[in-house]
Design a protein around this ligand. Sequence first.
Ligand code: C5P
Length: 283
Amino acid sequence: MLGQGLSEQAPAKINLGLHIIRRRQDGYHDLATVFHSIGWADKITICSAEEISMTCTDGTLSCGEDNLVIRAARLLRKIADIDYGASFHLEKLLPHGAGLGGGSSDAATVLRMLYKLWELEQTARPLDALALQLGSDVPFFLHGGTAYAEGRGERLTPMTGYVFPFHLVVIVPNIQISTAWAFRQLDVFGSNRVNLMEVVQSNDLDRWRRELENDFEGPVFSKWPEIEGIKSSLLRSGAGFASLTGSGSGVYGIFEHEEDAKQAAAEAAAQGYVTWRPTQDGR
Ligand code: C5P
């Protein structure tokens, strides 16, 4: 078995537009968004073990029953009706409360890794329904890539063949936002909106600036003007489009010119913000 450990990346996402359509009977909201995987990622190492347990590089994070890594492992073990264990080491590189989906991506990665480690391909059900029990965007992270999402975020239309041709910069201030809090701030909903998948596919940044809205920006920017300031400075630095990701606090800028992206990232880092941009191909 895996004495040495097997490692996988758990990549973050950004939201290219996010419409909240209605509040549902079950307390969740129907939404429409485009999820787009990026190269910024946590790293998870897994070893065979008697019990389920984890360690983590981030001392502020619980390694107990409430961590999505442990919850994912326990849920899969219960559904598969087995008593295997596994020990995980989480190298936490993604900020939390930033709208990047780090915890959800960790959960999806654990499900995928355990599926292989425990050799469940023949016996267990597909992972998507299980993933949704762990969080609304966990099903997306099972597959990654770029996908249009509806419902709670689990009804996915993969945007196969979509190419993101721009240079990305992600900036995260020292603010952690609770997704549940952000959803509670919304009280006006509408369903008659542009089709986000179509707008994204145009790859026309002028159009993105006019038509790709994230409904969380209103409440988040009014509570934390600093976050709106980050978006404005990205646009001033030459971003063709900039937006809050998810319910924040992360903000990203999309640039046509790599030099502008580099400069914007350097300025944000000099101001003390956690800043990320891809190192090689601009994706
Ligand atoms: O599904 P997840 O646990 O990630 O959601 C966190 C919280 O965000 C939920 O408890 C709910 O309050 C809110 N939420 C929502 N509608 C969604 C997704 C999340 O209201 N589609």
